[in-house]
Design a protein around this ligand. Structure first.
Ligand code: GDP
Length: 300
């Protein structure tokens, strides 16, 4: 965790340092507040949350008459944490109900890090001595199923896959059936993320979900978003959330961008919490998202 935090601080430090330098100025005039706004917008925080944060800071820094940088830092920390919303439940619901495995459906555009995320979640669950089965419901790219299977072999769980070009829903069905028959704890379903047309995506994901639900409730629908894609990632997020009921977000590649504000923008956009973050390409570079740690890394 320390290592991950250090990595996050390295990539996000410029945002935090920029804000700290601005609010520590002797005179917080309108130009300074404009600069603060620009810094937040440039870090992908989003317009509405930026305005909210600036309004709160203006009130508190003026009313409190803060000229002690440490105190100003404390106020900034509090306001950023509250913007990220520590009250949201960020538990990963991977466990099942009586007689049925937990089913985690992982969705998102190709290249965002879905397969990697499935592999990393499997690794964590296996380390907790959970029994896990992987489902390669991305049947359009043989390489995707191979990649998932390699993850499975690496972490010690099996992968259900179908013929190339086969029906993704039937792979999901078979995997969940096996999960039920064998009394497994969790089935992790990797899906195809071809954003060809919204109706195509809707048909495909909708069918996968319906077929799974014939046997077991879907315990979690995780939307994977690449943090480096900024506003484009938000547009994708909107489309996916219209197609399936997303219950949590995995924000990957936070190590590759200084625009950590996307965490705030995504939560606002979708109304669901960021549950996990990807902070590198390694097998253990997936971390639970903890608002306080995230903000501390920003301000480090
Ligand atoms: P998929 O097409 O959505 O299944 O995406 P993949 O899982 O194949 O990942 C695409 C690329 O992103 C791979 O090269 C991964 O190693 C890389 N990747 C995934 N997560 C992260 C992350 O958190 N940080 C970095 N730097 N790279 C990542």
């Amino acid at each position: 965790m320390q290592r991950l935090r250090a990595r996050l601080a390295r990539s996000q430090g410029s945002l935090g340092r920029g804000l700290l330098a601005l609010i520590a100025r002797d005179k917080l005039d309108d130009d300074t507040w404009d600069e603060i706004e620009d810094t937040l917008i440039a870090a992908d925080v989003g317009v509405e949350p930026t305005q909210e944060l600036v309004e709160h800071l203006r009130t508190r820094l003026r009313v409190d008459g803060v000229n002690d940088p440490e105190q100003a830092r404390g106020i900034l920390r509090e306001e950023l944490v509250s913007l990220v919303d520590p009250s949201l439940d960020r538990t990963l619901n991977a466990g099942g109900a009586a007689g049925a495995p937990g089913v985690v459906l992982v969705v998102g555009v190709n290249g965002t890090g879905k397969t990697t995320t499935v592999g990393r979640i499997a690794r964590v669950l296996v380390a907790e001595e959970q029994t896990v089965l992987l489902a390669a419901a991305d049947t359009f790219r043989a390489a995707a199923a191979d990649q998932l299977q390699t993850w499975g072999e690496r972490v010690g769980c099996e992968t259900v896959r179908g013929p190339e070009g086969g029906d993704p829903a039937s792979v999901a069905f078979e995997a969940v059936k096996r999960g039920s028959d064998e009394g497994l704890d969790t089935v992790l379903v990797d899906t195809a993320g071809r954003l060809h047309t919204k109706s195509g995506l809707m048909d495909e994901l909708g069918k996968v979900k319906r077929v799974i639900e014939k046997q077991a409730p879907v315990s979690e629908v995780l939307l994977v978003i690449d943090a480096t894609t900024g506003q484009n990632g938000l547009v994708q997020a909107r489309v996916f959330s219209e197609v399936v009921d997303v219950t949590g977000v995995v924000l990957t590649k936070l190590d590759g961008t200084a625009k950590g504000g996307i965490v705030i923008a995504v939560q606002r956009e979708l109304g669901v919490p960021v549950k996990l973050v990807g902070l590198g390409e390694g097998a253990d570079d997936l971390a639970p998202f903890v608002p306080e740690d995230f903000v501390d890394a920003l301000l480090d």
